[in-house]
Write a protein of this length. Structure first.
Length: 602
């Protein structure tokens, strides 16, 4: 096929024809152009139109014929219908003028369908803006391999066999060109009619009317919202007050009113946005310059909602599976809770399994059941296989691993303490330098009340890594031993000292008589002997009061018998023993208090 070199120059719309002929090989024979085409090439619109001509000539054999061969080999045109439709959507693009789709055209790799459609639409607009060209002058110019749609001296587009094959099997390019001609003629008439001053004035009036109607509707909605709020307040005031009273004022009437107002305003906002959307869709469609924006607005709003609705409907079977898994997991958790509650109450007993282990064990089993149910549900969660969902789960996992080290340590320590049974609620314990009564044992921390009525919150990891002294665990059966030490000089008989210490123990109320108190001689020091008085009690929470009363009794007894206590240090023998005579026991202001009852048989 002989193609003028100037034809190739028209492909890029930049070159100037040289007038030299170029040999172009093809299956359709040889095509020769006369030298007098030079004048026609320089005419208006001739330079740009040949881009589609050259590229689509190569598409005739490369696209149209293979498709026919495929249909002939399969022996069924019905089977090709879906293939042609899907292929048409993939390689065609719409020609849009003033927001209206006229028809669709196809393209090739070097000249995509979108570029060809944009070029044709631009040529239609140029012809429509030229008042010297009338729609009835549009005509067809037939060539060997294509048909041109021409308006005056301007070529709008070329129609090829490949275009006809893309539209429908068996459709000729002549018939398709006639259809395109009518569509373009109608588009030219409509393009010019919509830009007439009279039509623009009418559309402006219509837009003003719709705007006024929008304002009226919005004002009516605002008034209706206020009226509805007042009416609900008058009608349901007593019902809301009954709700507040029935919930013991956990739910305040003011909070209910705030929630109701928020719901009404949210509903009004949604309705207002819907009305405003309809208004924009109608108003933008009146003007040719904004009609495409009206179509885009529909695609940006309604289309995503439709996609969301379709995705939601498609996800219903998976959501049903998740619902069944959750229901089964909840049922198993309830059965497990009943089982461990029976162990805690003593209805069910296992050798070596303490009743207080039932609650922490139930918590562990419940977490395992929930984790297993979550693993089973994960593949059925909508969007679980998307990269975004995977990225979010990885991000959450990293945050949890970085920020939960101390959390997990305290949690594990809490369960470890529960199985160790180191102490119980109500026990008097000492953790490091902290001592108090246990009021609450949690998974993370343990609450204690000190002897000064202070609340001590100790992390379980600290308790797990510290020495714990439990004053109450053995006191219930064997009694807790309270002890105090005194230093007495060698000149005092040890038998007398031990007798006085036992006498002080007898005078102290709140101590156990069985087992009996006893005295130990701890050490023989340089200047004194250290004696330790040991007594039993069964109330560890009263140990501070018992110590105070025991020390008072020791002082009274040693003062009564004139024996000097040398604790804590000794420097020299005083001129007189350091004791308090009996006549000074109730010196002022002690004499104003009730006299101390001293009974040797306490």
């Amino acid at each position: 096929m002989l193609v003028p070199n100037r034809l190739i120059c028209r492909v890029c719309d930049l070159c100037v024809a040289t007038g030299n002929d170029v040999q172009f090989a093809g299956e359709s024979g040889t095509l020769t152009f006369a030298q007098d085409v030079r004048k026609q090439e320089l005419a208006r619109g001739r330079v740009a139109r040949n881009l589609a001509i050259l590229l689509l000539l190569t598409a005739i054999a490369g696209v149209g014929r293979p498709r026919a061969a495929l249909a002939q080999s399969e022996g069924s045109e019905g089977k090709d219908a879906s293939l042609i439709a899907s292929e048409r959507e993939a390689i065609t693009a719409p020609v849009v003028v003033d927001g209206r789709v006229l028809f669709r055209v196809r393209g090739v790799t070097a000249f995509p369908a979108a570029d060809r459609a944009a070029t044709i639409a631009q040529r239609i607009r140029v012809v429509a803006d030229d008042g010297a060209i009338f729609p009835n002058v549009l005509h067809l110019v037939a060539n060997e391999h294509w048909i041109e749609i021409v308006a005056g001296e301007s070529i709008i587009m070329g129609v090829f066999d490949a275009d006809a094959a893309a539209e429908a099997p068996g459709l000729s390019r002549q018939a398709l060109a006639q259809i395109y001609l009518k569509k373009i003629s109608s588009a030219l008439e409509q393009y010019r009619a919509e830009r007439e001053p009279v039509q623009l004035a009418r559309n402006a009036l219509r837009i003003a009317g719709w705007t006024f109607l929008l304002l009226l509707v919005e004002l009516a909605m605002l008034g209706s919202l206020r009226w509805l709020t007042v009416r609900i307040g008058r009608r349901y005031q007593s019902a809301i007050e009954r709700i507040e009273t029935g919930t013991f004022r956990l739910i305040r009437a003011g909070s209910i009113w705030v929630a109701m107002r928020f719901a009404l305003r949210l509903f009004a906002l949604v309705v207002s946005l819907a009305i405003f959307y309809v208004y924009l869709h109608i108003v933008l469609d009146y003007l040719p310059w904004t009609r495409a924006l009206s179509a885009d607005l529909r695609a940006l709003t309604v289309a995503p909602l439709l996609v969301l609705a379709r995705e939601s409907v498609a996800a219903i079977p998976r959501l049903l599976v998740i619902f069944v898994i959750i229901a089964v997991a909840r049922y198993i958790i309830r059965l497990t809770g009943v089982f461990f509650s029976a162990i805690e109450s003593g209805t069910i007993k296992f050798t070596g399994f303490a009743a207080e282990w039932s609650k922490p064990t139930y918590n562990i089993v419940r977490v395992l059941i929930i984790a297993f149910a979550a693993m089973v549900c994960y593949p059925y969660i909508p969007g679980s296989r998307s990269e975004a969902f995977k990225g979010i789960t990885i991000f959450v996992g990293v945050l949890f691993s970085l920020g939960s080290s101390s959390l997990l340590a305290n949690l594990i320590a809490g369960y470890t303490m529960a199985y160790r049974r180191a102490f119980h609620v109500g026990d008097r314990i000492k953790v490091g330098e902290l001592m108090g009564d246990v009021t609450q044992i949690g998974l993370m921390v343990t609450h204690m009340r000190s002897i000064k009525n202070e609340e001590l919150v100790v992390p379980n990891s600290v308790i797990l890594n510290s020495n714990v002294i439990n004053y109450a665990s053995l006191s219930r059966k064997q009694g807790l031993i309270l002890h105090t030490a005194v230093g007495i000089g060698y000149e005092t008989p040890w038998r007398q000292v031990e007798a006085m210490l036992l006498m002080a123990a007898e005078r102290t109320s709140g101590l156990l008589r069985e087992p009996a108190p006893f005295v130990l001689q701890l050490s023989l020091n340089d200047f004194a002997v250290t004696y330790e008085l040991n007594v039993y009690c069964d109330q560890p929470s009263e140990m501070d009061r018992l110590y105070a009363e025991l020390h008072r009794s020791v002082l009274d007894v040693f003062n009564e018998y004139g024996v000097q206590i040398m604790t804590p240090a000794y420097i020299a023998d005083p001129a007189e023993p350091k004791v308090v005579p009996r006549d000074r026991w109730f010196a002022k202001p002690a004499e104003a208090a009730a006299p101390l009852k001293i009974s040797r048989n306490a």
